[in-house]
Design a protein around this ligand. Sequence first.
Ligand SMILES: Cc1ncc(COP(=O)(O)O)c(C=O)c1O
Length: 341
Amino acid sequence: MDLRHHGDAELAEGLVDLAVNVRHAPLPDWLAEPVAASLRDLARYPDAVPARAAVAARHARPPEEVLLTAGAAQAFVLIAQALPRLGATVVHPQFTEPEVALRVAGHPVHRAILPAESGFQLDPALVPGDASLVCLGNPTNPTSVLHPAGAVASLARTGRVLVVDEAFMDSVPGEPESLASRRDLPGLVVVRSFTKTWALAGLRIGYLLAPADLVAAFEEIQPRWPVATPALAAARACATPGAVAAERFIAERLAVDRAHLVAGLRTVPGVTVVGAPASSFVLLRVAGGLRVRAALRQQGFAVRRCDTFPGLGADWLRVAVRDTATTDAFLTALSTVRGSP
Ligand SMILES: Cc1ncc(COP(=O)(O)O)c(C=O)c1O
């Protein structure tokens, strides 16, 4: 199983991108302008202090509890490299980079697989009590399941580091299940990203939130100047109250577009959508998924194969939520493909 397969590998010239969960939208001026202005300042080494303070304020935490990273992806590597190799549990199906980072760093990895039959809902009993490091996503890529904050928080305990990947939490209006501002849970590390909603995947900007001693341990092994000046400018802009309000607006629009996609998928014979998708992508089940994926490419659509996610297989595909016109065209193509032998 290729844990390093990513949606961007599904793309090709001329295909509509339903494979990568980055929003398709031009940068708003309030974001593009500071990023562009920062290009005049590239002779200096980056200064992360203002952006760190802005992100800390956004989550009502002190700056010592924030670490800016080159995308959420770098946070997983720092966590894996910094922590003792005592036994990690990764809750699947989920984004596979955390497991890759753990394995590369030499952690023994146990997979706790949430079954499709239970709608991929978090069952805390599946996580071994003695796991010293636990990783899960909320909302989870690729299932689009949003776990209740209480169930996620119940996994925290003294002597354990609990890593919650909230890279897509800003796709949920008001973020009711986020643990980002929780300072009372022992060993909680929340990983966040600016690259999805704000279409900044190429800029590499994310962060983690954790108790100050853990942040210090991660910072210690981080390369110097890990986040470039334009990415810091973006982080500062995206952490303002105005940006957070804009995220909420985008998330509310997304919910409408997602409902349109899910309703349409449920009318296609042989296609199943499990549970209530909550993020910017939807997981669907269809017999012969890999054949369907190949046929969709012939029809001009790139979707994400899901046989590279532990706990899923060839009959699962993930599609990004797009505007309703794109979705309608996709649904027509899917119906055609399903109808063909
Ligand atoms: C669930 C999840 N977490 C984290 C990441 C990495 O995000 P970033 O672009 O901030 O490194 C991704 C990227 O696909 C993701 O799907």
